[in-house]
Ligand binder design. Structure first.
Ligand code: ZN
Length: 324
């Protein structure tokens, strides 16, 4: 069951009902809010004789990922480097082009779902553009992505855009509660994952709180000892990305309190007292600057600057805003 995406689902339902199905869609929105589930539901609606009953053989095979006319492509590591960055590979996209040119095996359509389509290089996107420019009949391409700027505009301009919204705290809390999150933690979990409930592996606060604790502990390290501390255990890209998110939300929360916003705006709602203290002792200008600093850090990381360097520079710049 998909919650909170009524607009996207309504648009796709109308397309199926009127038979005006586009050759290509771009499902735009943050990860973990139902993009993939909606894509599979749309594939079921296109391939099921009943328009997506969810119970028939076609629907069940789509859900299980074994329908011959519905294929999900996901990013993979480079063949020669299993630990390398994940990406959709040009071979995958070329192969897709060949298979899209064939007639459907049994259904009225062939549906190709490209998960995390923002993870592809320019040559791969150009290879995909060939298929988009001359779409084979009876083919539907669905690109799932969070960052539209990662793809050339020529690719996106050939897709009908379908927007997915971040979930509200209420919707996210309800979804987590339905996954057996204890009532007393579901709300905080929903806030800390920022409504991206699909990214929460286990319905458990502990991992998220551990990441936050590790990140905030680094804010306390005095500048002279910082380099040494980072050298002890050099952080990888994933950790730095997660920690920057923690800082961003931390200073954003403090800024909300400083601006007199309602407590319901807080992500780190369980740390209200610490945030209020921070908002009380640090000038507003420094909090705003902290948020700016984090935006730059995020861009540097996206731009492939060494993660350890980004983290160190960021922590040094945040020091005036976090100093006790
Ligand atoms: Zn069905």
């Amino acid at each position: 069951v998909v919650v909170g995406q009524a607009q996207a689902i309504g648009l796709l339902r109308r397309a199926v009902a009127t038979g005006r199905i586009a050759h290509a869609y771009a499902f735009l929105g943050p990860a973990g809010v139902g993009r993939r589930l909606v894509a599979l539901g749309f594939a079921q609606a296109c391939l099921c004789p009943e328009g997506g009953c969810g119970r028939c053989r076609a629907c069940r095979r789509v859900a299980a990922g074994i329908h011959p006319d519905c294929e999900v492509l996901a990013p993979t590591a480079p063949r020669d480097n299993p630990g390398g960055a994940l990406a959709l590979r040009i071979e995958q996209v070329r192969e897709l082009g060949h298979r899209a040119a064939l007639a459907p095996f049994e259904g009225p359509w062939k549906v190709f779902i490209l998960d995390e389509a923002d993870r592809m290089t320019l040559p791969t996107a150009q290879a995909l553009l060939k298929t988009l420019e001359e779409p084979p009949p009876r083919t539907i391409l669905i690109l799932i992505l969070a960052n539209p700027r990662a793809l050339p505009p020529t690719v996106l301009s050939r897709c009908q855009r379908v927007r997915f919204r971040p979930l509200t705290v209420e919707d996210a809390t309800a979804l987590l509660a339905a996954r057996d999150a204890p009532a007393e933690t579901a709300g905080l979990l929903a806030r800390l994952c920022r409504g991206q409930v699909g990214l929460v592996q286990e319905v458990d606060l502990a991992p998220l709180l551990a990441v936050r604790a590790a990140a905030l502990a680094l804010l306390e390290v005095p500048a002279p000892g910082l380099a040494l501390r980072l050298d002890e255990r050099p952080p990888d890209r994933a950790s730095v990305t997660a920690w920057l998110d923690v800082y961003w939300l931390w200073f954003r929360d403090a800024l909300c309190l400083a601006a007199g916003a309602d407590d319901r705006c807080l992500v780190n709602a369980d740390r209200r007292a610490d945030l209020a203290a921070l908002a009380g002792r640090v000038p507003l200008g420094a909090l705003i600057e902290a948020v700016e600093t984090l935006k730059e850090a995020w861009l540097a990381l996206e731009g492939n600057v060494n993660p350890r360097l980004v983290l160190e520079a960021t922590l040094l710049r945040l020091a005036p805003a976090s100093a006790a």
